[in-house]
Ligand binder design. Sequence first.
Ligand SMILES: [Zn+2]
Ligand SMILES: [Zn+2]
Length: 219
Amino acid sequence: MLYSDPSYLDEIHTCPYCNEKMSCCEAPPIHIGDGLGWGSEILFICLNDLCSLFVEGWKNIEEKYCHHASYRYMELPGSKESNLMMVASKDAYTGSIVDPQALKKQNERYRNEQQAVKDLTTCVQEKNLDPVLFLILDEAANLSDRKKAVSYLLELNNLSCIDPIRNHTFRHSELEMACNQIIPLLLKANYKKECPHCFEIIKAQAKKCPHCKETLKTT
Ligand SMILES: [Zn+2]
Ligand SMILES: [Zn+2]
């Protein structure tokens, strides 16, 4: 998983050339200079087009190397280690800016998923519906873990899973179908049914829905 250590996402780096806040960017996979990785998934780069380093860089590089390029100032997270990144246009790296808040959320979701997968192994003995429901309803979670979670629904025999599942929009029809197969079994095991008119869960033998008062066909 990318961004495994989000602690640096709270870091604020300020460019010593322009005093502007530096952008948090996804590191390019290869360090062009020596063929090694940066050792970090994130780099802080000053993308200020008015930064003196960047403005003067064009002239300096042109004079020194007869090459149309400039520099951007870069710092590695968790350190004051800095580098000058050669760029051929002002747009370089602007496409790899990441939003630290979004990354943190993504990380948190991933950690919760990992925890739910772990808790799945003991969910039946602990009668814990939470990890099962979390995985079933998390569209970003691993599909085979979600399928596994569905397979525990019957054993857990907890009717409170029905409403959240019914109200969820599944992207995988396969998963939705698996849930739709289990819910009637779960209801039946508890002598319940869903009212076909208002979808409230009611007694299996009810002839009239106590919620919407509709008369029900007995099966
Ligand atoms: Zn700067
Ligand atoms: Zn009803």
